[in-house]
Design a protein around this ligand. Sequence first.
Ligand code: FMN
Ligand code: MN
Length: 480
Amino acid sequence: MYADLDDLIADLDKRRLLTRVAEPVDPNLEIAAVTDRACKSPGGGPALLFERPVGSSMPVASNLYGSYERMCLVLGVKSLDDLAGEIDELMTPQMPAGIMDALKMLPMVGRLRDLMPKTVKDGACQEVVGKDASFDELPILTCWPGDGGRYITFPLVFTKDPESGIRNIGTYRLQVFDGRTTGMHWQRHKGGAQHYRVAEKLGKRLEVAVSLGAEPVLPYCATAPMPEGLDELLLAGFLSRQRIEMVKCVTVDLEVPASSHIVLEGYVEPGERRREGPFGDHTGLYSQPDDFPVFHLTCMTRRKKPTYLTTVVGVPPMEDYYLGLASERIFLPMIRKTLPEIVDMHFPAEGIFHNLVIVSIDKRYPGHARKIMNAFWGLGQLMFSKTIVVVDRDVDVHDPGQVAWIVGTHMDPVRDIQMTKGPVDDLDDAADLPAFGGKMGIDATRKWASEGYTRQWPERVATTEAAGRRASEIWARIKR
Ligand SMILES: Cc1cc2nc3c(=O)[nH]c(=O)nc-3n(C[C@H](O)[C@H](O)[C@H](O)COP(=O)(O)O)c2cc1C
Ligand SMILES: [Mn+2]
């Protein structure tokens, strides 16, 4: 596993999965435009290291996670599905039948302990301590011409619930307002926003620490839809098979990954809001300006030679598609714990996660497709699913052509569409109201008599097994 960001960059370099850009490139629009080209290349393009960003001595890394192969490398697996079995095992502890069984389970307990973060005395992230530091020291990108300013796009935002002390890590962009303040774009449904809600109720300032470029699994974990109250560092410990080493911040009562390249310490005040945006978002559209809390910097600590890790979002596909794909694969076995009838699910890049999810199920009873829709609309961040397509188990959810064919042939629009209303993603500008709007489920499963379909459901066209075998032999001879 990769010890830190340098380790990842060196390995990607060695594997020729990273392109070094030696010429000067401007963090104002140019780095994003080059990154966009990479992301739009087949398979997600190479990782990029801009060695001479204009106006800064800090190299800028982008698109590190933006391919299937690199996502697997970061998670230490050959295929993202390899994790499913391990997660399943971790989540299905066998009940010990006797003392011998209980003893056999000890390694499992040890395993859990091995996932916990541990506090260390000092870390590379504090080689340089800058109490008067300014955001101007960082090569922060302006990504798109209509953006409201410069944005830190790949931060790991650490907060603690002021009442329970439970930690949360989320990736929420930070718009630079001036050298010492930024916006804090945690949307209302997210963990950081909940901690802020509690702090505001208590009339207290909420301390915040932002880490950039920590252990390579961590930026992924901060984007993962972890259930509220579950520590993202446990997921990081599990995925990296090592305990994440944490170090105490200098000016706030929080801990950050010791291996971070850059740490921003500070706080948000209760009641303070400032206009944030617009921002060329991962929907491929500019999200509208809105009021968000303000992050005040108290100290910037960093390595002597940091690399600034960033990502660019925009018209899909971009790097975030692969981060989402990792979550799709990692969370599928967890979702199956409550919805075992789910065979597979997929979020196509063009659906930007919440706009389109395709689910295949082992249909067991009438109305089953609608049960799945309702379950998704009530399950964590899956509540944002604007369109849910449910298909039978023999449909490949990863093949958009096949899905379009099945939806077209299996759906009766008057009968099979389920409309509802509820909370929608903050970025959904199609809804009349912010964060509240419509959702649609499409039941594209075969309909049963018990569901009111009394005609004969047509069979899929396919030849016999014998003719198929013959065809393979003949085809092997005649094909050029
Ligand atoms: C590159 C990138 C940028 C993101 N920016 C934001 C953001 O600005 N605000 C936000 O609320 N969520 C943002 N997200 C999504 C959250 O990181 C994601 O919903 C995460 O699960 C939140 O964690 P939480 O449940 O602990 O709050 C972003 C995701 C990615 C991949
Ligand atoms: Mn969380």
